[in-house]
Design a protein around this ligand. Structure first.
Ligand SMILES: C[S@@+](CC[C@H](N)C(=O)[O-])C[C@H]1O[C@@H](n2cnc3c(N)ncnc32)[C@H](O)[C@@H]1O
Length: 210
């Protein structure tokens, strides 16, 4: 999976639209989930005063740009794909020392903290051991802080296509979730308030407060 995101950094980044074609309406129509999940992260960031934000699996910095504009006081992007971090560093350069990147596996990296907002968008799709990620997110979240996550759900429309594309063609296993699993996993990790929304057909958005 790490290899997949090292090789596919630019093509993932372009799902949002190219830089000259930023936020193209076509991309929004084709991939509403990508934009919806970012909007949730932005609204959670806005609900705090200059929050410290940790973006786990920050990829090319497409979320970072928006949460910084929304008032994040500090932004730490963590990813284990160097090509993704190269794109993110370039994209967020203008925010200066508000921004820091940590390269490495989330479960092992030195990430400081605690953070008022911890983001995991487009991340849990690829994790064979999501419970460990939820527990580590809890450790890094400040009391009263929030984790924002996105989670795919199996559907017979998109499921088989995703399976073939990721697992058979790209050798990158993917995982699906149910609402019950999410409530249990984040509840057992210590979050006191777990809100799971189902905005589209193919996934969940979660907000968990510590
Ligand atoms: C689909 S991309 C999503 C990027 C970004 N969050 C977004 O929504 O635009 C998933 C990212 O998670 C990173 N990732 C996956 N597992 C990770 C891990 N264990 N530690 C750090 N990064 C990880 C990948 O390298 C990739 O850049």
């Amino acid at each position: 999976m790490q290899k997949h995101f090292q090789e596919q950094a630019s093509s993932f980044d372009e799902l949002y639209g190219t830089d000259t074609n930023e936020e193209a309406p076509l991309q929004r129509t084709l991939r509403p989930g990508l934009f919806r999940r970012r909007e949730l992260a932005v609204s959670v960031v806005r609900s705090y005063e200059k929050p410290r934000v940790l973006d786990v699996g920050c990829g090319s910095g497409r979320i970072g740009e928006f949460v910084l504009e929304a008032g994040a006081g500090e932004y730490v992007g963590n990813d284990f794909s160097r090509p993704m971090l190269d794109l993110a560093e370039k994209r967020l350069e203008r925010y200066g020392d508000k921004v820091r990147f940590v390269e490495g596996d989330f479960l092992e990296a030195e990430l400081g903290g605690p953070y008022e907002v911890v983001i995991g968008l487009g991340l849990f799709d690829y994790l064979p051991d999501p419970e460990r990620f939820a527990r580590r997110m809890h450790e890094l979240t400040a009391d009263g802080g929030t984790v924002v996550g996105s989670f795919p759900k199996w559907t017979w429309v998109k499921g088989p296509v995703r399976k073939i594309r990721y697992e058979w063609i790209n050798n990158c296993p993917i995982f699906n979730y149910t609402e019950r699993e999410l409530r249990l996993m984040f509840g057992a990790s210590g979050f006191r308030d777990v809100d799971v929304q189902k905005p589209g057909r193919s996934g969940f958005l979660l907000r968990a407060v510590r």
